[in-house]
Design a protein around this ligand. Structure first.
Ligand code: GAL
Length: 710
């Protein structure tokens, strides 16, 4: 590679000007092959599996999921997303150095997985864990042609969710620098901003101020683009999360990439940086258990290198639901790991997510770890925290509530179940469906309010993710989760307003559910709920009052919700008037929809830049809704929508309708709407204006303009 080319290359904002010429993000010019025979050109970050097709047979696992309390093996389909991520992937990049360099290294923000790195045919490095950021020194940086090759290998049964595949995070070339990782991971300019953290019996303090976490757990995949890292896609996630009052994320269950942390720093979102989903004892046959013994120290070292300069990182997690925590060896292992981590970074506390928090506490872990963590078991919090070093407790993972956007089941009673409860792959958006080990969002919201000694919670999860389709692990087709507050497309489920109504004190919230288009339900009981911060409200159906009701703090389901459970359906209009204590009111309406008449488009950002700070393409998201002649969403519409782009300023990137049972691939520019909506993603390509055209049979074509660059 020519140094001149480097100078004209992409500028990295996070390396100081003095060294910018020596760090290049390797985006283009990669060749990719599965077998070394057929090669194609790709850009990196790249997830080789996201284009599908979905296949029930991929990573079909006959297992008992012990963490879910199963004792007998059963056949799990879709557990890891049913996309073709298993197998080998080879990436190759050719460089022509026109002069000698004193040194050269490649730095990976993560490579999925078991990456082996070759330089001019000789192996120069490797990393097992697909989430770890790592660097490899290249032995020869002299003028001439060089070939970099990276081989990734993904084993079956190596994950509990969709891990993605290949060079799914940025790759950097660093020249003339002896410590290349430092160049890519370090953020010296941010060091002065690092928080001072203290955890004591009064809570979690950041720079002297008490922080209570309104957090969510996030997997690393980003909807329709899969595991491919993209700064714009992650920024959108944070925007949506902040809209409902989220102030923290947990990178579950793995190491965050440095680019993600830059964005959290910028957005002022706290991060719990997690390390592992298992130690030595296995959760899946070929998981991290294969590598733990030889690699845990190296992986923790890298985690700290990546995190330590980021003000957003306020704690580490040494693991999620680690089997050893209730075994005799657990406390010793935990102490060794925590001491090791503290030696690397004495400034931040460590926690862990325990799925048997009381048993783990009785086993001695709470007297060791800085912050006692509990996954679920909200009803055992009191007993568990009695063992904690400082008497405080963090809901490291909470709720695991499930719902499918736009889908409602009658009656609306609370139902607890384990597997394939119904034959349709859907769960109810009345937010009353629970899985065995989970509880309703309301339970955790209550615990957080009632117990001052809780440090907050991290809800499972902010967004739906690929894989782990509980409670439909045994049902096909189902290939993504139901836990998200937002669906896989990033569209809010009703629950988003429930959290918003409690978490955001600066805005008013009023949201009505369900939709009001129920042909065939005339005269049948069709409960109506309002998620609002107001203490009371009145419901009208076609102008007739159904009663003015108040929240009831003593009731599990009426503390945060207002529910009119005896309403009988008649087409028309439901209207809720919410009353605030100060005499003000807020009103919302939902109407019965007529036949689909139009496509309504909304674009999240009509003007985007070309590339993000880490060279990933900027993205724009277009939400498409099928509406009737009055503009009411048609909540049952499943219409085939197609996309076309005019002009070369942008390209179609992916589309998702949020339906966990859909087998349409994300990378084709067409998809059925699910409950009347979907979201398409477009990537910036060149400065200019692109016309994004959207069509569906029998409806007028619609378009929206996207401006790229200045
Ligand atoms: C937890 C686990 C998560 C996810 C979740 C589903 O026990 O930590 O990774 O599996 O359950 O409810």
């Amino acid at each position: 590679m020519d140094i001149k080319f480097l100078l004209s290359g992409l500028q990295l904002v996070f390396v100081s000007a003095a060294v910018a010429s020596q760090v290049e993000v390797l985006t283009d010019g990669w060749e990719f092959s599965h077998d070394g025979g057929h090669w194609e050109m790709v850009s990196v970050p790249h997830d080789w599996a996201i284009a599908g097709p979905f296949d029930k047979e991929i990573d079909k696992q006959s297992v008992a999921i012990k963490e879910d309390g199963e004792t007998k093996a059963s056949e799990k389909t879709g557990r890891t997303g049913a996309l073709p991520w298993i197998g080998d992937g080879i990436y190759r990049h050719t460089f022509d150095f026109t002069n000698d360099f004193s040194s050269a290294s490649v730095v990976f923000s993560g490579a999925m997985s078991e990456a082996q790195v070759f330089w001019d045919g000789a192996k120069v490095g490797e990393w097992k864990n697909g989430y770890t950021s790592f660097g490899v020194k290249l032995p020869d940086a002299s003028a001439g042609r060089h070939i970099l090759e990276v081989r990734c290998h993904n084993r079956e049964q190596s994950s509990r969710w969709y891990p993605g595949a290949g060079l799914y995070r940025p790759v950097y070339l660093v020249l003339d620098e002896s410590d290349a990782e430092e160049r890519v991971f370090a953020r010296p300019e941010k060091r002065a901003l690092l928080p001072r953290i203290e955890v004591n019996e009064k809570g979690f303090f950041v720079n002297g101020e008490r922080a209570k976490f309104r957090g969510v757990c996030l997997h690393h995949d980003l909807g329709s683009i899969g595991a491919e890292w993209n700064a714009s896609a992650f920024r959108r996630q944070l925007r949506l999360l902040k809209e409902i009052g989220v102030n923290a994320i947990r990178t579950s269950h793995n190491q965050p990439n440095p680019e993600l942390l830059d964005i959290c720093d910028e957005e002022g979102v706290y991060v719990m940086a997690e390390s592992f989903d298992s130690w030595k004892r296995a959760k899946v046959a070929n998981g991290y258990n294969l590598w733990y013994k030889d690699w845990w120290k190296r992986d923790l070292e890298q985690l700290v290198k990546v995190c330590r300069d980021h003000p957003s990182v306020v704690m580490y997690s040494l693991g999620n639901e680690i089997a050893e925590s209730v075994c005799p060896e657990g406390p010793r292992m935990l102490k060794e790991m925590q001491d090791y981590l503290h030696a690397l970074d004495p400034s931040r506390p460590c926690t862990m997510g325990h799925n048997r928090p009381l048993r783990a506490a009785q086993n001695g872990v709470n007297t060791i770890q800085d912050i006692a963590g509990a996954n679920y078991h909200v009803f055992e919090y009191e007993a568990t925290r009695a063992f904690a070093r400082n008497g405080v407790l963090l809901g490291t993972e909470t709720s695991s509530a499930i719902s499918s956007r736009g889908f409602y089941r009658f009656p609306d009673d609370v139902r607890k179940y384990r597997n394939s409860p119904y034959g349709d792959g859907q769960v109810s958006s009345y937010d009353t469906d629970e899985i065995d080990w989970s509880n309703l969002a309301d339970d955790d919201l209550a615990a957080q309010e009632d117990f001052d000694w809780t440090l907050g919670q991290f809800v499972w999860t902010g967004f739906d993710y690929l894989g782990e389709p509980s409670p439909y692990n045994l049902y096909w087709p189902s290939r993504s989760s139901y836990f998200g507050i937002y669906d896989l497309a990033g569209l809010p489920k009703d629950r988003a307003w429930l959290y918003r109504s409690v978490w955001r004190k600066d805005v008013r919230t009023l949201h009505i559910l369900p939709h009001w288009t129920w042909p065939g339900r005339e005269g049948l009981v069709t409960p109506v709920y309002a998620y609002t911060d107001a203490p009371e409200a009145e419901l009208f159906v076609n102008g007739v009052s159904q009663g003015r009701i108040k929240k009831d703090a003593s009731s599990r389901l009426d503390r945060f919700r207002l529910r009119w459970r005896r309403v009988r359906y008649e087409p028309g209009e439901v209207r809720v008037v919410a009353y605030y204590g100060d005499g003000t009111r807020l009103e919302e309406k939902v109407r019965t929809a007529g036949a689909p008449a139009a496509l309504r488009l909304s674009i999240d950002r009509p003007h985007i830049g070309l590339r993000e700070f880490d060279a990933t393409a900027e993205l724009a998201y277009v939400t498409v809704e099928v509406v009737d002649a009055e503009g009411t969403l048609c909540p049952d519409a499943a219409l085939p929508v197609s996309f076309a782009v005019e002009g070369d300023a942008a390209v179609f990137k992916g589309v998702c309708n949020g339906d966990a049972t859909s087998l349409e691939v994300f990378t084709d520019p067409k998809m059925l709407t699910s409950h009347g909506a979907l979201v398409a993603t477009f990537a910036a390509q060149k400065p200019g204006v692109a016309k994004l055209r959207v069509s569906a049979p029998k409806l007028p074509e619609e378009e929206v303009l996207l401006r790229v660059g200045d």
